[in-house]
Design a protein around this ligand. Structure first.
Ligand code: ADP
Ligand code: MG
Ligand code: MG
Length: 194
């Protein structure tokens, strides 16, 4: 499946809507195992993305992804800004070669892994990105992929980011970045795949 720049725009606006609607919930999740700001960080970041995309004149997929990355990096204070930013920057670079959705998401995942030096099982957003990237490649991606990833992230003990400071207390909790990434991929289903 190929991603167009119009679809990418709609995808990111939908993501902004979901993050905004669930801002308090995302911050509550972060309050339990971190510092309680993930909802406000992501709401501010995706609002900046929305503003940036409204004024983007270069109508290419690469430009949409790159502007998104830059807005997230400059407006999100927390760890999640550079991490989401790295994902979209890696996707923008990959978009010079291909518009294939699964290849782009895979590149985004690699961008996050490279930036945060984390991997599957560390209880981070990677535990949402990895199963989605795999399912997209295998042609099995659906809402069930997201729901399963959220179930699978709960029992993990956080090994990266602020949640790693609370140690065993992170076991049983949802990771806020995995949940916000779940919204990103639900928006992808609604705007691009469905
Ligand atoms: P901060 O922790 O700086 O307050 P946020 O609360 O906005 O930033 O984001 C926290 C989320 O960032 C976590 O829930 C986790 O998903 C993600 N995260 C933190 N560190 C890493 C890392 N090294 N690699 C991948 N994701 C990470
Ligand atoms: Mg936080
Ligand atoms: Mg913070």
């Amino acid at each position: 499946m190929e991603l167009t720049h119009e679809q990418a725009q709609r995808w990111l606006l939908n993501f902004h809507g979901k993050v905004t609607d669930n801002k308090a919930y995302l911050s509550d999740l972060d309050q339990a195992i971190g510092d309680g700001d993930h909802g406000s960080n992501m709401a501010r970041g995706t609002e900046a993305v929305k503003e940036k995309l409204a004024s983007v004149t270069d109508e290419s997929l690469e430009a949409v992804l790159k502007q998104t990355a830059m807005a997230l990096i400059s407006k999100v204070g927390g760890a999640s800004g550079p991490l989401y930013g790295s994902a979209f920057m890696a996707m923008a670079k990959k978009a010079k070669e291909t518009r294939d959705l699964s290849v782009l998401i895979e590149a985004g995942l690699e961008g996050i892994k490279h930036r945060g030096k984390a991997d599957v099982g560390d209880k981070t957003m990677i535990d949402m990105w990895q199963p989605v990237a795999t399912a997209l490649k295998e042609g099995t991606f659906s809402q069930a992929t997201i729901d399963q990833a959220l179930l699978d992230v709960k029992p993990l003990k956080a090994k990266k980011g602020r949640a790693s400071y609370v140690g065993d207390r992170s076991i049983g909790a949802l990771d806020p970045g995995a949940v916000s990434s779940g919204y990103l991929f639900e928006a992808l289903i609604e705007e691009v795949i469905a």
